[in-house]
Design a binder for this molecule. Structure first.
Ligand SMILES: C[S@@+](CC[C@H](N)C(=O)[O-])C[C@H]1O[C@@H](n2cnc3c(N)ncnc32)[C@H](O)[C@@H]1O
Length: 68
């Protein structure tokens, strides 16, 4: 079983690739999963923010892997 990264009463945090971490738990284990996943919008383009031209790139983690 995966080791918790942080634990407090009624709260446990796991650190890792969620697709791998979730496999460690049985079906129906969680009441809720809250996620703020990448939208894969970092494609080298530009947008307008506060009247300035800025890159849309957020980081390697937001680049599409071509699966969408
Ligand atoms: C939109 S950001 C979340 C930002 C965060 N909510 C905040 O306010 O700082 C998406 C995050 O998901 C992470 N991420 C991407 N794929 C992941 C995966 N398979 N497992 C866990 N985290 C992942 C990325 O490294 C990135 O930090």
């Amino acid at each position: 079983m995966i080791k918790p990264y942080y634990r407090k009463k009624g709260f446990t945090l796991y650190l890792g690739d969620c697709l791998e971490v979730l496999k460690e738990f049985p079906e129906n284990h969680f009441d809720m999963v809250f996620a703020d996943p990448p939208y894969h919008l970092s494609n080298g383009g530009f947008t307008c923010h506060a009247g300035r031209r800025v890159s849309v790139n957020k980081g390697k983690w937001d680049e599409s892997r071509g699966k969408i």
